[in-house]
Write a protein that binds this ligand. Sequence first.
Ligand SMILES: [Zn+2]
Length: 336
Amino acid sequence: MSDFPALPYPWQQSLWQSFYQQLLDNRLPHAVMLAGPRGLGKRHFARVMAQYLLCQSPRSESACGHCKSCELNKAGTHPDFALVTPEEPGKAIRVDDIRALAETQGKTAQQSGYKVVVLEPAEAMNNNAANALLKTLEEPAQKTLLVLVTDAPSAVLPTIRSRCQIRSLAIPSAEQSLHWLTPLVSGTDYNAKDLLVLARGAPLRARDLVHSDALEQQQSWLNDIGRLTLGQADAINVAAQWQKGDVTEQVNWLISWLHDLTCWQVGAEVPHIEQLDTAIKQTLHTMQPALLHRFQEKLLSCKKRLASGANPNKQLLLEELLMDWGVLLKNRQLRS
Ligand SMILES: [Zn+2]
């Protein structure tokens, strides 16, 4: 681990202070749920908490980095720390993993301090796993901390949520994010502001976009939507192109596109819409807000379905959504 001991990100300072105060006051709960949009460093913060709790001579701001516990943590071999994740991203956390966890929870800590378990993403537990975890939460062992990390708290069993102290991370102010992000992306072809907008304000996501083709991808989606809007492209062909990529990302993009479009219609400044051809903008301007709103609801329910592990036919799903876009355009023409 290069950044050992891990420190909270600047926008996590108040979260850190409240954790630190709870520890000083001996009021640390048995289970904490770190919830909030992705790209805010929730998993990182869980690591900060774990390293701190396991350290034998912690400082006020961080773990010492030198004691035996820190050495074990650094090597990733601390016997009192466990990370529970799915075997592969997108798969479920299995009941066996939770049972193994319950067993270790029952034993005394080997380094005579805390025992910490980080479970993420918490929404990936299947029903059996969630019910098994519930038992652990009902009979918490002394000096143990369970940290559940999730982007989708509403997808976690309510009985589990209610047994955790929920710590919500919110999108930091643009000023704070830019202060952190700008030096990290200087010298690249990217502008920190553009990245932050594209990442919906999440600083770590914005940083990671530099190493992805997200900006080019956004341009290519915009071109496709533009051509569909002018009737120069066919929904089935565009869907065939799109289905080669990540459908969840495309649905997310459509959701944010619709959001931007409705804001732009009422006068907000949206640079990537402003830069479109005049003919496209004229068409977009006359689209019916109520219909856009209905389409947005459909997209959100699609997103929910995809997040719950549904595995629809990608081509059909995208065809349907892009044809809906065509229907919205047609209704505009009938009305105007
Ligand atoms: Zn230490």
